[in-house]
Design a protein around this ligand. Structure first.
Ligand code: GLV
Ligand code: GLV
Length: 332
């Protein structure tokens, strides 16, 4: 069967895909994901799917592909858009793109951290209004980041570690949850492993780096937001549904926390209607991995996974053995 690509990738990744020696079927709109109908018909008879986080790959899609299907290669480190259990039960491998986007994602998380803490985007917006302004000792005063602010990293994995390295260079105090929080590498950056409650209570900035799983869905809800400092900033470059977005909007409106920097949303591409009218949020359209070389590497790694599996080998970067299945019925 063919290799189905749900979107045009970067040029080098497309060249690699064309080199697979298997017919490619590429969804023809470079700007929009396939509709459900287009996806179900595009995958029919495919040996491999190269998918994006905008595609929901569930049992129905796997069945539409049929018995030839050997791998679903997601061009993302997250794979909550794929029903991994459904793939496993059909003998279909699932791969993601870990390792190649850590630095780009950490750069973006840190950009959101600085932008929210120091009110960069709000100040830019103010200047663009053309209103009179004059320097003032109390104008746009925000959180001091370097030399004393506490960063709480929720879910210290590869990306969280890259954030910790940046935070260490800014002389931040670093708290973290997650299995790697107690590692030697974490200790080398001064990371203190803590439980979530202590992290929330003591952090000036809370940055989320856990995958979306049934266990982390709405991990940050109204109660957890209330446990944060009223001066605290929340940064989310993980997945929108790790946060209860309605509760976050209420917390930002009511001064429960000070600000948020968001790259991801619960119902992408929709935003909670309250978000756009808040001054104390910085909103990005899910661009954390959008570095040029990073996007090439992500596409190339997905293609490599397909190449390996079509050659009868295991995928190069399979999702973990312990991978959860997608939340049943959750629409993207
Ligand atoms: C992006 O969100 C990714 O999971 O790679
Ligand atoms: C809002 O735009 C902020 O930078 O806090």
């Amino acid at each position: 069967g063919h290799v189905y690509l749900s979107r045009q990738l970067t040029p080098a990744a497309m060249a690699a895909a064309n080199d697979l020696g298997v017919p490619l079927v590429v969804h023809d709109d470079p700007d929009r994901p396939p509709s459900r109908e287009q996806l179900l018909s595009g995958v029919t008879g495919a040996s491999a799917l190269i998918t994006l986080l905008t595609d929901r790959v569930d049992g129905e899609v796997l069945d539409a592909a049929g018995a030839d299907l050997k791998i679903v290669a997601n061009v993302a480190v997250g794979y909550d858009n794929i029903d991994v259990a459904a793939a496993r039960s059909r003998g279909v491998a699932v791969s993601n793109t870990p390792g190649v986007l850590d630095e780009a994602s950490a750069d973006c998380a840190f950009a959101l951290l600085l932008a929210t803490a120091r009110r960069i985007v709000e100040a830019d917006r103010f200047l663009r209004t053309g209103k009179d302004w004059i320097w003032g000792p109390q104008s746009f005063v925000g959180l001091d980041v370097s030399g004393g602010a506490t960063l709480g990293i929720v879910g210290l994995g590869r990306i969280g570690m890259a954030v910790a390295r940046r935070a260490a260079a800014f002389d931040m105090r670093i708290l973290a949850t997650g299995s790697r929080a107690s590692s030697e590498e974490a200790a080398a950056y001064g990371v203190e492993p803590v439980g979530l409650q202590r992290l929330l209570a003591e952090s000036d900035v809370v940055s989320l780096h856990c995958p979306l799983t049934p266990d982390t869905h709405h991990l940050i809800d109204a109660e957890k937001l209330a446990a944060m400092k009223p001066t605290a900033v929340l940064v989310n470059t993980a997945r929108g549904s790790v946060v209860d977005e309605a509760a976050l909007v209420a917390a930002l409106q009511n001064g429960v926390i000070a600000a948020a920097g968001l790259d991801v949303y619960e119902n992408e591409p929709q935003l909670h209607p309250g978000l756009r009218s808040l001054e104390n949020v910085v909103l990005l359209p899910h661009i954390a991995s959008a570095g040029r070389a990073t996007r090439e590497a992500m596409g190339a790694l997905a293609v490599d996974n397909v190449r390996a599996v079509l050659a009868g080998e295991g995928p190069r970067t399979p999702v973990p053995e312990t991978a959860h299945s997608a939340r049943p019925g959750k629409e993207l």
